[in-house]
Design a protein around this ligand. Sequence first.
Ligand SMILES: [Ca+2]
Length: 116
Amino acid sequence: MNKVFPEGENGRIAAGPKALPGGEGDVPHSLPRFLVAHCGDPASWIYSDQKCDGTNNCGDCSDELSPVTVCPLCGPGWWPCPSTVFKYCGCIPRRLCRDHVQHCSDWSDEYACPGP
Ligand SMILES: [Ca+2]
């Protein structure tokens, strides 16, 4: 599938459903249903492969966290914690651990995470 909207850091999509084609409230009926996932806000939608990809695409993390979305545990390159960064939700990339900048609300990225 070709995605035509701008991409953010590391090829990931810049956060926010409003960046998507069609925009808020305009679920593309031309797309197969399995390609579209809804956010906690029913007016917002994302592509299905943006669920559980570690990036806050819905803006409220409903694509990454329960009760709207059930994701597997953080992958090997990720550290589980409540993120202070809008882009992330329940996991942050381990490369952000031990960089002397807080990325977890409990500071576990600096004190508990062993690093990348
Ligand atoms: Ca996501």
